[in-house]
Write a protein that binds this ligand. Structure first.
Ligand SMILES: Cc1cc2nc3c(=O)[nH]c(=O)nc-3n(C[C@H](O)[C@H](O)[C@H](O)COP(=O)(O)OP(=O)(O)OC[C@H]3O[C@@H](n4cnc5c(N)ncnc54)[C@H](O)[C@@H]3O)c2cc1C
Length: 389
């Protein structure tokens, strides 16, 4: 939908082909943490959109980190001035999608529902998408944003490359107690003593809490998952009532993969979002990098359509593909660093954590490191296309 909006902003027609039904409800909250860079990009392609998305979100200003139940770091950011985009906003992905859909309708994007695409092929400068329903669609360019299993990617001869990690994470979304809301703080516990030294992350988002339990390598994740499984541990780390307001539970073993190329041989199919890369969510680089993918793909197609020669058209698509693949590799590296820190598989790492926790009260940098490392390194300057993720 972001790619479609970006195409409309450039005055191009756009059609979204969706496997699901128009009135489907997607399970779970998935992406909750939207960085300011994403809000500003959305604002650029559709003035008002970034601010409206922010108005549905919640911005936490305080973060705390604990080690074996003892606080080792906290920081409170100053309040955000009125009208200025915050560092980030947190809301359920379904709310983000609903707003994007409404904006697409206003912008004149066409939707074709209930149409799973099974294959993509290219001939004579046209992409043909074959649908499971029997029909087919043709276009000069196709942006494949059909998720991590992407049939478009696979049939275009492209593939995701990268390992599956071995640690399991149980993710629970539970509704806020509106009568007695908890303080709006992001809290990370290393070795939470109430759950046998498992790491637990709490992130507030609009109307909810996301609670993320990191299983031990020897755990059977099923025991902690599902509503019944979550009810065995959630009351040990939150007020009991939150176990009665569970909205969603899921168990993940994350894959850290990037497509071998973000465009096919003909330079007519461009990959975006999870069709192009999948990351563990620590550091929130999935949807936040899908937005720049989509906007740059739309820009590349616009340049290709305006170009004076096939060579120039291919070069515009190649620039997109190289730039976004490089960004995905950077995002994956950052997310790998976060995962390595979280899973701390070596004695050296575990010792570093223990020492940093011990010295955090005297050496602020040690506390800062323990607080920020679970989300990976802060990315540096924007790249040549002005993108941070
Ligand atoms: C637990 C969790 C937490 C996360 N938290 C964050 C976060 O805080 N911040 C962040 O930036 N990211 C986060 N992410 C990642 C984020 O959710 C994904 O990056 C994002 O959803 C990818 O969007 P997408 O549009 O590429 O793919 P999807 O959301 O998977 O959408 C793909 C769409 O294509 C449709 N489709 C699939 N196959 C076909 C087909 N054959 N034909 C037609 N249509 C098809 C699907 O129905 C769907 O509508 C999180 C992910 C998880 C699992």
């Amino acid at each position: 939908m972001t790619a479609a909006l970006a195409l409309r902003a450039l005055g191009r027609p756009a059609t979204v082909v969706e496997a699901g039904a128009q009135d489907r409800i997607r399970p779970g909250s998935r992406a909750i943490f939207i960085h300011s860079a994403s809000l500003m990009l959305l604002e650029k392609i559709r003035p008002g959109l970034g601010h409206e998305l922010n108005s549905y979100g919640l911005t936490w200003r305080t973060k705390r980190t604990f080690y074996r139940g003892k606080e080792i770091y906290h920081r409170t950011y100053p309040a955000n001035p009125e009208g200025v985009m915050p560092r980030a906003t947190s809301l359920p992905q379904i709310v983000t999608e609903r707003l994007l859909y409404r904006t697409c309708m206003e912008a004149g994007v066409e939707f074709i529902w209930n149409t799973p695409i099974v294959s993509a092929s290219v001939a004579n400068g046209l992409v043909t998408l074959a649908a499971a329903t029997g029909g087919s669609l043709r276009a000069q360019y196709v942006i494949a944003a059909d998720g991590s299993r992407s049939p478009v990617r696979e049939t275009a001869g492209l593939r995701l490359e990268g390992p599956q990690t071995s640690n399991a994470f149980v993710i629970v979304d539970t509704r806020e107690d509106t009568e007695q809301p908890l303080p709006v703080e992001r809290i990370f516990h290393y070795k939470h003593p109430a759950v046998d030294d498992r790491n637990v992350l709490f992130v507030p988002f609009s109307g909810h809490w996301r609670v993320d339990l990191q299983c031990h390598p020897t755990d059977d994740p099923e025991k902690f998952s599902g509503v019944d499984g979550a009810r065995t541990w959630l009351p040990k780390v939150m007020p009991e009532d939150y176990a009665n307001r569970i909205a969603w539970v899921s168990t993940y073993i994350f894959r850290q993969a990037v497509a071998n190329s973000f465009t096919d041989e003909s330079r007519r199919i461009l990959l975006c979002g999870e069709a192009a890369h999948v990351f563990a969510p620590f550091g929130a680089r999935g949807l936040n990098s899908g937005i720049p993918d989509a906007i740059l793909a739309a820009g590349a197609i616009d340049r290709a359509l305006k170009s004076q020669s096939p060579y120039e058209a291919s070069a515009a698509i190649d620039h997109f593909a190289a730039s976004r693949r490089a960004a995905a590799l950077r995002n994956r590296a950052a997310s790998n660093t976060a995962l390595r820190h979280l899973t701390s598989a070596t004695i050296l790492r575990r010792t570093a954590h223990r020492l940093a926790a011990m010295f955090a009260p005297m050496i602020p940098a040690a506390g800062r490191w323990m607080d920020s490392a679970p989300y990976g390194p802060v990315l540096g300057e924007p790249d040549v296309d002005g993108m941070q993720y």
